[in-house]
Design a protein around this ligand. Sequence first.
Ligand code: ADP
Ligand code: GLC
Length: 482
Amino acid sequence: MRPLNVLSVTSEIFPIIKTGGLADVAGALPSALAAEGVKVITLVPGYPAVLGTLESSNVVHRYPGLFGGTASLLSGRAGDLDLFVIDAPHLFDRPGSPYLAPDGRDWPDNAQRFAALARAAADIGQGLAPGFVPDVVHAHDWQAGLVPIYLSLAEGPRPATVMTIHNIAFQGVFPPYLLFELGLPASTFTIDGVEYYGQIGFLKAGLQHADRITTVSPTYAKEIQTREGGMGLDGLLRVRAIAVSGILNGVDDKVWDPSADTNLMQTYDRDNIDARIANKEGLQKRLGLSQDPDVMLFGAVSRLSEQKGLDLVLASLSRLLAGGAQLALLGSGERGLEESFRTASIVHPGQVGCFFGYDEGLAHLIQGGSDALLVPSRFEPCGLTQLCAMRYGSVPIVSRVGGLADTVIDANEMAVAAGAATGFQFGPVAVSPLTDAIDRAKALWRDRQAWRRLQDNGMSADVSWRRPAKQYADLYRSCLPT
Ligand code: ADP
Ligand code: GLC
């Protein structure tokens, strides 16, 4: 098969800069795709963290003016990632979050910043870097949403475009007066163009103009075509239904490998799951939980936001903790939720332990030391923590939505009897179904053999990028001219 060149366009990439699962996906896909004969170079903004890790870079192009300042397009490597980087200090030389100012609000020039990302992507798509002419440009989320429209406006040959939705809740909506500044002609401000309820919609524009649209699970691909799940874009997605598909995420099995994870007290694999007990002890110690191997330990690793449904865990807490069970939470986000969990840890000392902030090592220890992992999301495009949990022998308890519904096999009686179950699903997303699932999990946990089977099934499931990478490679090939 002919090797393919793909330009991946993303606003974050693991291990350099990450706020969520998008970074994990962008960081892991390139090497998984290499095995499918797809050469990926990723275009990212030149945040300080990116420029700081870039090795042996060279200048591909100089822009005399890119949205308000001079800029250079660099190419280089960072670890095993091949990158194009937009070195534009006036847009990206800022500390902290890629999206938010220190006061927690969006940077006021996010439209220009991510239009610059899309502009450079479209230029590379049209041959700006002669050593790498992409067959396909793969745009991730609203930050790369203008790529397909910039390319559709360009003269001459252009690559195919794929637009992936990682979370339709974030759409990149900006005021209409920016149209010309963004390099968009008046003719694009229509319902078939960038216009979105009187504003400019970056994601909307991407979905309108991309050759193919993907999202990160088959169930979410259906949900976003409904009024409830589409958050205003369902109509467009229904019109484009033939172009829409869902490809599940995987996890990077080198980053998430319990047999070689230096964040754990004790590494282990399927054949010595009992060794996890040292991680449970370590986790209890780290979060100030009572040192007791014989109580069930629930974990959660999550952004603290409405989406993730952790308020339902708070509402279920007395049932969850009944009988001495424990909760270990790692989260960051909304202040109110943080406060409520902090209070819970004071009210239930030794039973609720929290760490607020971002901590990669602790995320791994929770996966390696908890008995079950809670993911009670209101919606979840794919979700990665339930996949990590399976790989680490922590049994996921998930709401039956999006990618959670597609990746966890509920321990109903038949699935347990057939030896197929990998976790617990509940629905609808509300307190009492969650509490029922927690009770079911607690009951099965007491049956050590049955629980071991759940862990073993999860650990032997293939949650790697191998299958998804093949699906992406097939998709890329299918959208090329024959
Ligand atoms: P989302 O992208 O919606 O936040 P995902 O489940 O797709 O959800 O991905 C979340 C990723 O971020 C996972 O790799 C998870 O381990 C990680 N993560 C979430 N919260 C934290 C945190 N507070 N500290 C460290 N890692 C976190
Ligand atoms: C988004 C979604 C999450 C998904 C991740 C990576 O952040 O919320 O469900 O796993 O993107 O695709």
